[in-house]
Design a protein around this ligand. Structure first.
Ligand SMILES: Cc1cc2nc3c(=O)[nH]c(=O)nc-3n(C[C@H](O)[C@H](O)[C@H](O)COP(=O)(O)OP(=O)(O)OC[C@H]3O[C@@H](n4cnc5c(N)ncnc54)[C@H](O)[C@@H]3O)c2cc1C
Length: 401
């Protein structure tokens, strides 16, 4: 009689593999997150993702305790980057779609916190945390991608309203968002110092949105604003704060893009191990061939290198004083290295996984095929790999402080 085969080995999540970087609360969060299975159907259906994440309590990670969110971080006054990373790694493992929508919920609410408007917008943040409101972040324009400061969207004061004019492109959560944090120049004569942030209702007069079809089924689109009228109170903070709010928000969330890449790459390794132990060619399992083992060795080693960089960057962010405007090392190098290396490594890991699956790996419905398409945008959004290199290289060649 054949013995039942043992379940294939699985790679432990980062919070379990590298416990030094995490505390008890992160481990408890990790254990909860790891219960989320592929069968949680709401996490694969865009309009149901945010309500479901609200039920799971994960949206509390996006708002610090002193602003109505969860009790995370040293003193509950800042978003805890390690907690974000634990959640994003787990979500990306099962549903890259849910991970992306979760991250954009953060991007579309964090500028409110950075503007110091947590109390003024308490009801907005409460809806964000409960999963009753979907947020989005509208920075990129057709002619202003990596060079965000060259944006052309303008905001003009008209009595007790603002009129926004311009176009935004590649905006995640278009179609499901209730509001957009829109960046526009309210003082073009001042150049980038005029860039300001506005909380714009998705139903605002003069705002049109249309979807952009992606290679994966994520909500993405463009916005056009033609004399889009919003109340004076839509301004977040003050005129001229926009770039600081945008870059400050990206600075908090960028490390977690690396964590999402790690989640997808870890899934690819787990799926590959399972596949090569089951698939037999030339009379024995693929796992018994040294070339297969070498491929898995490369995948697992790159995965650990990637997640160690992510853990370091997240730990540095959380270790810095919450009131320190330059949280972490201050030069963004650890974050840039983590984002760049993890996303690039995840692409290589997943590509090797596709190869191990053979033809099956490029068929519709196969998990490796899905991951192959899901991982690609992470090397582009929140600062392309080239922009991360500019940050690292710029710091290396700057005069010593
Ligand atoms: C799936 C997805 C979701 C997104 N979601 C959002 C969102 O929610 N909100 C939002 O505002 N934006 C979003 N974006 C936009 C994203 O941030 C931009 O695509 C990104 O910043 C790059 O801008 P770009 O596409 O205009 O490329 P470009 O800036 O035109 O860059 C094209 C290429 O040139 C390179 N390059 C640019 N400048 C330099 C340089 N100085 N030196 C060397 N190389 C350079 C880039 O690295 C890239 O390889 C999303 C994008 C994607 C793909």
């Amino acid at each position: 009689m054949n013995e039942p085969k043992p379940a294939p080995r699985k790679i432990r999540p980062s919070w379990a593999a590298f416990p030094t970087f995490f505390d008890g609360a992160h481990r408890a969060l990790g254990e909860e997150c790891d219960k989320i299975g592929d069968d949680d159907v709401a996490l694969h259906d865009p309009p149901r993702v945010i309500p479901r994440l609200g039920q799971l309590g994960l949206l509390q990670l996006l708002v610090p305790a002193n602003q109505g969110g969860g009790a995370w971080g040293a003193d509950g006054t800042a978003v805890d980057v390690r907690a974000l990373c634990v959640a994003r790694e787990a979500l990306a493992y099962t549903s890259p779609l849910a991970d992306s929508i979760f991250a954009v919920q953060g991007l579309g609410s964090h500028p409110i916190l950075l503007a110091g408007e947590g109390a003024k917008r308490a009801s907005v943040l409460a809806e964000v945390v409960r999963g009753e409101r979907v947020a989005a972040f509208a920075l990129t324009e057709p002619e202003a991608g990596s060079d965000v400061a060259s944006m052309r969207t303008t905001a003009r004061r008209d009595g007790d309203t603002w009129l926004l004019d311009g176009d935004k492109v590649f905006i995640s959560n278009v179609g499901i968002a209730h509001h957009y944090v829109v960046f526009a120049n309210a003082d073009p004569a001042a150049g980038k110092k005029g860039i300001s942030a506005f909380l714009v209702d998705a139903n605002a007069e003069g705002l049109l949105s249309e979807p952009i079809a992606m290679s994966v089924d994520h909500p993405l689109g463009r916005l056009s604003m033609r004399s889009c009228r919003v109340p004076a109170s839509a301004l977040l903070g003050e005129v001229g704060m926009g770039l600081r709010l945008a870059l400050g928000t990206l600075d908090v969330f960028r490390t977690s893009v690396g964590a999402a890449a790690v989640g997808m790459a870890r899934r690819a390794v787990d799926e590959s191990i399972a596949r090569v132990t089951r698939r037999t060619q030339f009379g024995k399992p693929l796992a018994d061939f040294q070339l297969t083992q070498a491929a898995l060795a490369d995948m697992a080693t790159e995965l650990d290198a990637a997640r160690l960089l992510v853990c370091r960057a997240a730990w540095e962010k959380d270790a810095a004083r919450p009131d320190d405007a330059t949280r972490g090392r201050g030069d963004g190098v650890s974050v840039a290295m983590a984002k760049m290396f993890a996303t690039e490594a995840a692409q290589r890991i997943i590509d090797r996984g596709v190869q191990l699956f053979g033809g099956l790996g490029v068929t519709e419905g196969n998990v490796l095929d899905r991951l192959y398409r899901e991982i690609r945008p992470l090397r582009i959004y929140e600062g392309t790999t080239e922009i991360q290199k500019l940050i690292i290289g710029g710091a290396l060649t700057a005069p010593p402080r």
